[in-house]
Design a binder for this molecule. Structure first.
Ligand code: PHE
Length: 343
């Protein structure tokens, strides 16, 4: 009967367990010891062949050894499992305090920005912001504004460049149509502005667009005069450009105003000293204005003897171009992100 050295077997196994670096490795060792062809199995087979006396003592020792090795395996398995979990945890740890990458932010169109500013200024002076349809009829765009068919004024005002629609109607060529729409429904006293898109068949260049914005204004009451117009526009321009701006009125003609003016503003770029933009004149054209024509009141079923007031129509793109130093009107409708990102 060969001598079985349980002690050295145990030590050998313990050393192996100690050295195991992974659960898989430990599992292999376990099978070597407790598996089908393992050392423990081999010994178990020998035990019954031992003499009875020896069998009992050896059996007990063997049992203790198995138990203690089993414990050792379990202890090591627990250790390795914890180690593996910790490694995964470290590898997969997410720092939720790190800010995420920034999502690209959209930009407001400069027209929108200017429009909001303009509305805020006029609202603070008691004006209501009004809208009207971009598809109009002849009555609101022309006739009610005292522009009869075939009147040369249609050309003078570039209103002959109107887009007519096959389905009837037209694309409004100015926001003055909203003066009519508003006075048909509301009686004075009234103060409104109408920022809106208008359409004219023009050759497009750095200062002409076919699809652009106007800022219409209308103030009607018992005794509204040109002086009121001047004061309000000066206040508006000062707040819009954030500096003192002078205005100059030149006689002009519009069928829906009498008297009519061209409105010039002192150049906001050179402050009137003369530069490229104002062509050294110190003045910039801003739009048309005048005292509402009696026929316009009549067309809205209002009494011209009872009411008087002013109307104006400014080129909004132009105001925005001057405010942000935009050199070309075509940029507004270009959709060019390099342009839009600047606002
Ligand atoms: N509607 C005119 C234009 O488009 C501008 C204007 C508006 C003039 C109001 C006088 C009064 O040119």
């Amino acid at each position: 009967m060969e001598k079985i050295d349980l002690k050295s077997l145990e030590n050998k196994v313990r050393k192996k367990i100690e050295k195991a670096e992974s659960l898989k490795e430990l599992d292999t060792i376990f099978k070597e010891v407790f598996g089908k062809d393992g050392e423990v199995k081999k010994i178990s087979k020998i035990i019954p062949k031992l003499p009875k006396k020896q069998r009992k003592i050896f059996g007990e020792k063997f049992g203790k050894m198995k138990e203690s090795l089993m414990e050792e395996f379990e202890k090591k398995a627990k250790e390795l499992k914890e180690k593996a979990e910790k490694e995964v945890e470290e590898k997969e740890w997410i720092d939720i305090t790190i800010p995420p990458p920034k999502a690209p932010i959209g930009h407001y169109h400069p027209i929108t920005l200017a429009r909001r500013k303009i509305e805020e200024i006029f609202q603070s002076m008691g004006f209501e912001v009004v809208e009207g349809p971009e598809i109009e009829d002849e009555w609101h765009n022309f006739d009610a504004l005292n522009i009869p068919p075939d009147h040369p004024a249609r050309d003078v005002l570039s209103l002959g460049k109107t887009f007519y629609l096959k389905s009837g109607g037209l694309m409004r060529s100015h926001t003055s149509s909203v003066q009519i729409r508003y006075m048909e429904k509301n009686s004075p006293p009234l103060r409104i502005i109408v920022p809106g898109r208008v359409f004219r068949l023009d050759a497009i260049d750095a200062s002409h667009e076919i699809d652009f914005w106007q800022l219409e204004g209308l103030m009607v009451g018992k005794d509204i005069s040109v002086a009121n117009f001047k004061a309000i526009i000066e206040e508006f321009l000062k707040r819009f450009f954030e500096k003192e701006v002078k205005i100059r009125l030149r006689p002009s003609f519009f069928p829906f105003t009498e008297p009519s003016f061209e409105v010039d503003i002192s150049c906001v770029l050179c402050n009137g000293k003369g530069c490229q933009v104002c062509k050294n004149s110190g003045w910039l054209e801003c739009g048309g204005a005048g005292m509402v024509h009696p026929n316009v009141y009549k067309n809205c079923k209002l009494n011209p003897k009872e009411w008087q007031g002013f109307a104006f129509g400014f080129g909004m793109n132009r105001l925005v171009m001057l405010k942000y130093k935009i050199p070309d009107i075509r940029l507004f409708n270009s959709g060019d992100l390099r342009f839009l990102h600047q606002f």
